[in-house]
Ligand binder design. Structure first.
Ligand SMILES: NC(=O)c1ccc[n+]([C@@H]2O[C@H](COP(=O)([O-])OP(=O)(O)OC[C@H]3O[C@@H](n4cnc5c(N)ncnc54)[C@H](O)[C@@H]3O)[C@@H](O)[C@H]2O)c1
Length: 306
């Protein structure tokens, strides 16, 4: 419980980095060999992945790098949040470079407007353009401490909406501004926005009022952006993962949700692994998904099929 409070406090009390500080904290590797373009593209795509230090974001950043994208890894902290050994051994951007890919890291609070603006600016100054934004960073206060709505502290609601929903609005706003200003990708497309929502963006979750509302906002905004910017050839889709074995998942299982129960709810092989989710953002940013926009894609081992 003490540790939980500590995690909660760290999201509220740390100030966002200013632009010069942010700039100084970016690390890059210009000497990396040129990998392949992202599948279906003739030019390497530049991707921002938020929440890249742990869990799904880490797996998505690696999947993009393997497909040849230049990746801006973005997180509150360069260090993985969890005690998952593979995640803490080496930071995501470093791992990508070790494997021959191109990646930079930027310390960013995704709920902060100026920090998100700077993130896009710094990515473009490093990689010259921005093609893909994955709004992945998110929190679940209620995974640690599930409560019915009448007992939910207002601070939990505000923090959850800030990190899970406001961040998607901000990231999308500044990414689209850049995508509209730059030359289109050689494919003729201007950009790909991929939001990591949740099954709880579409269904209810007991004891999770703030989380459900925040993910409902993400799923709804996905449709709105898709309609608004279809004329500009900017696609916007969301992935709605089922329970996936990351730091958030281990907090949920520690707070009383049984692993066996969770297993039963995912008919196809039980709760997922980050790699099970990470393939979908690659497809969504490729020519294989050329006519796909405004979709909320449930990648959940069958959880919501019941
Ligand atoms: N794991 C699941 O079961 C599951 C299921 C459905 C949806 N999701 C969603 O997937 C996304 C990733 O979750 P995960 O399971 O990988 O969690 P995680 O806790 O393993 O990783 C989340 C990452 O986001 C970062 N982050 C948190 N607040 C931030 C902030 N203000 N600014 C920048 N970075 C911040 C954390 O430092 C961490 O590295 C979240 O949006 C989550 O809601 C997860």
């Amino acid at each position: 419980m003490v540790q939980e409070r500590h995690i909660f406090a760290s999201y509220t009390s740390n100030p966002s980095p200013t632009y010069p500080e942010l700039s100084a904290s970016w690390r890059s590797c210009h000497a990396c060999p040129s990998p392949l373009a992202l599948r279906g593209a003739s030019t390497k795509k530049v991707a921002i992945v938020t929440g890249s230090s742990s869990g799904l974001g880490r797996a998505i950043a690696q999947a993009y790098a393997r497909e040849g994208a230049l990746v801006a890894c973005v997180d509150f902290s360069p260090l993985a949040r969890s005690a998952i050994v593979e995640e803490t051994a080496v930071n995501t951007d470093e791992l990508i470079r070790q494997n021959g890919g191109s990646a930079i890291f930027g310390q960013t609070d995704v709920g902060d407007s100026q920090a998100m603006k700077n993130l896009v600016k710094t990515t473009v100054s490093e990689f010259r353009r921005l093609d893909i934004l994955v709004n992945n960073a998110g929190i679940s206060v209620e995974a640690r401490d599930p409560l019915p709505l009448d007992l939910t502290p207002e601070e939990s609601w505000d923090l959850t909406m800030k990190i899970n929903a406001r961040s998607v609005f901000l990231g999308t706003k500044f990414a689209i501004t850049q995508m509209l200003a730059q030359d289109p990708h050689p494919s003729g497309d201007r950009g790909w926005i991929i939001n990591i929502s949740s099954i709880m963006g579409g269904i209810a979750g007991e004891g999770n009022p703030s989380y459900c509302a925040s993910k409902g906002a993400v799923s709804s905004l996905t449709r709105q952006v898709a309609i608004e910017y279809a004329k500009d050839r900017i696609r916007c889709n969301a992935i709605c993962p089922g329970y996936t074995q990351t730091a958030i998942f281990s907090e949920a299982t520690k707070s009383g949700t049984s692993f066996a129960g969770m297993h039963r709810k995912h008919p196809f092989g039980g709760p997922g692994k980050p790699e099970d989710i990470a393939r979908s953002p690659v497809v969504l940013a490729s020519d294989d998904a050329a006519w796909l926009t405004g979709a909320n894609m449930f990648v959940d081992g069958g959880y919501t099929a019941r």
